[in-house]
Design a protein around this ligand. Structure first.
Ligand code: HEC
Length: 278
């Protein structure tokens, strides 16, 4: 009986301490307190409200492309690195939180693959937060960010960060917020692969035949078309191009002048102006 009482007591002590650890702010405000504190519309309390303005704390968000360069405009569907930095003098721990919204303040989200000091939490209002996973000894946090589909328009990242002194409370700490807006890049489509580097077309000008040669690979289903400068089609042929083996295209029936030769292989095309002097 004594033993049972003791272990029940022990378990409840354990449960209480687990509860305290899980709800502690040091575990991230969305994870531990169901709270967004980034300064985004609808979030009245920020890190600074509780942690004050110590350490001269400033925070920043950078969305970087594959080359590590910060972008100001996103390409729909592309994957970027989202980096959050807390700058402070003399702090010993760091935390943050960020969220991405569209211009109507609806969640854009898109965070994935966080680094070990970073956690992703989605709250009941649909907003996905990237935030610290426990007090961090380093001042940068990162996660991937997949840009939304085209037509989403401007995306704004709202972020709050805190630099802390590890005293287990908020006294002596410093917090701040930041905002980063990215416009949607509507001018870039998917880059069209071209045959230009691997296909030789010669001679030019030519008489009677044009030689086509693929230097990179053999391709079974190339379509070769010849148009005049008004866009009228004169020749359309399927040909197999063996690597480094010139195929001949007969152009004897064409009047002298300029034409456009178009070769299509799958989703790649080459267009070249040719001159025929029969
Ligand atoms: C409503 C008040 C409140 C807000 C808002 C708040 N915190 Fe805290 N935070 C606390 C309290 C209280 C503690 C200490 C107890 C604990 O860990 O829960 C704390 C502790 C921390 C710690 C650990 C500090 C230490 O010394 O151990 C970090 C890191 C932290 N918060 C980061 C943040 C960040 C980042 C934000 C904004 C996204 C934030 N907090 C917003 C109240 C707040």
């Amino acid at each position: 009986m004594k033993k049972t009482l003791l272990s029940v007591f022990g378990i409840s002590i354990l449960a209480i301490s687990v509860q305290i650890t899980l709800t502690s702010s040091s575990n991230g405000r969305a994870f531990a307190a169901n709270s967004g504190n980034t300064g985004a519309p609808g979030e009245v309390t920020t890190c600074r409200s509780c942690h004050g303005a110590g350490f001269g704390t400033t925070v920043s968000i950078a969305i970087k492309d594959a080359q590590g360069n910060p972008i100001t405009s996103y390409v729909p569907g592309s994957i970027y690195d989202a980096e959050f930095t807390v700058n402070a003098n003399g702090a010993s721990g760091y935390g943050f939180q960020m969220v991405s919204l569209n211009s109507s303040n609806a969640p854009v989200n898109g965070f994935s693959t966080p680094t070990t000091n970073t956690r992703l939490v989605t709250l009941g209002n649909g907003r996905q937060y990237a935030e610290h996973a426990g007090r961090s000894s380093t001042n940068t946090f990162s996660t991937q960010w997949t840009a939304p589909s085209s037509g989403t328009g401007t995306v704004t990242f709202y972020g709050g960060g805190a630099a802390v002194n590890n005293n287990g409370g908020t006294g002596g700490d410093g917090g701040n917020t930041t905002i980063l807006s990215l416009t949607e890049n509507t001018s870039v489509g998917i880059a069209e692969p071209t045959l230009r580097d691997e296909l030789l077309v010669y001679p030019n000008p030519t008489r009677n035949v044009i030689k086509l040669e693929n230097t990179a690979e053999s391709v079974k289903n190339s379509v070769v078309e010849v148009y005049n400068m008004k866009g009228q089609l004169f020749i359309s042929e399927n040909i197999t191009l063996l690597q480094n083996n010139a195929e001949l295209l007969n152009v004897t029936g064409l009047n002298n002048g300029f034409y456009i030769l178009r070769v299509t292989e799958g989703n790649k095309t080459l267009e070249q102006k040719i001159m025929i002097e029969n």
